[in-house]
Design a protein around this ligand. Structure first.
Ligand SMILES: [Zn+2]
Length: 258
């Protein structure tokens, strides 16, 4: 928050100084350039998923010969159990960034994810796009609301948060610090919420994943794209085998970050 405030004040002072001290039309150009730079910097902090401008963001861990699978938008009664089945068969533990509203409606599934040794993270309460533009209080409600449901179901407080759509709000750093939580981005994503071709999803992840990378897939349907996660289910074993063939281990997010 303090950072955003400082950027706005400095930009406003710069614009005023340029207009006051310079001669038109050069001073207009300089003032415009200062305003545009400030807006670009703020927008970069909001829209770049791995920018740490507003909140320190974990998206890879250099020097580790492992990758970490993460699944967003669940828990989903149809697809999450099938993802769990594949992970159990392949002996991989992962992290599930759940949406509070969905977690509340599927608490048994939440317990099952935890029971199988996976980690549960916070993906906001409502997953509404506009929470990334909410003020401090609104964002706190979204994050705490989801935490409360997870804690009630499994008795553990989430340690990681992933913003819906990956956008970040200037208040996010303050809100997460108060909850002792870390913001998580991704090194590579499968675009499996919008693509229905399992080969394309698998190829992308297997080729583009780097050592220490956090990988993003979706077990929940319909929030950011299609209703059908069949392509994710079909791609998942191929992704696991392909990355193991490249010599990578799979680590849960907390183990990767350790
Ligand atoms: Zn999402």
């Amino acid at each position: 928050m303090a950072k955003a405030f400082a950027i706005k004040i400095l930009a406003a002072l710069g614009v005023l100084a340029a207009l006051w001290l310079g001669d038109a039309p050069t001073s207009w150009w300089i003032a415009g350039l200062i305003a545009l730079s400030a807006i670009s910097l703020i927008a970069w902090g909001v829209f770049d998923v791995n920018s740490s401008l507003w909140a320190p963001t974990l998206w890879h861990v250099p020097g580790v010969n492992a990758v970490s699978l993460t699944f967003d938008d669940g828990p989903d009664p149809e697809f999450t159990p099938r993802v769990l089945e594949i992970l159990a068969r392949k002996k991989v533990t992962a992290t599930f960034f759940v949406v509070g509203e969905r977690a509340r409606a599927n608490q048994a599934l939440l317990r099952e994810i935890d029971h199988q040794g996976h980690m549960i993270g916070n993906h906001s309460f409502s997953h509404a796009w506009n929470i990334n533009f909410a003020l401090h209080a609104g964002l706190t409600r979204e994050i705490n609301g989801c935490n409360a449901i997870i804690e009630a179901a499994i008795g553990k407080r989430p340690q990681f948060y992933r913003a819906p759509f990956g956008f970040k709000n200037p208040a996010l750093g303050d809100v997460l610090a108060k909850q002792a939580m870390t913001c998580v981005g991704w090194q590579v994503r499968g675009f499996d919420a919008v693509r229905s071709n399992a080969n394309t999803i698998a190829r992308r992840l297997v080729l583009k994943a780097k050592a220490g990378g956090i990988l993003l897939l979706h077990d929940g349907s319909g929030l950011q794209g299609t209703q059908d996660r069949s392509a994710t289910l079909e791609a998942l074993p191929v992704i696991i085998d392909g990355l193991r063939a490249r010599g990578f281990e799979f680590k849960r997010l907390d183990e990767l970050a350790r």
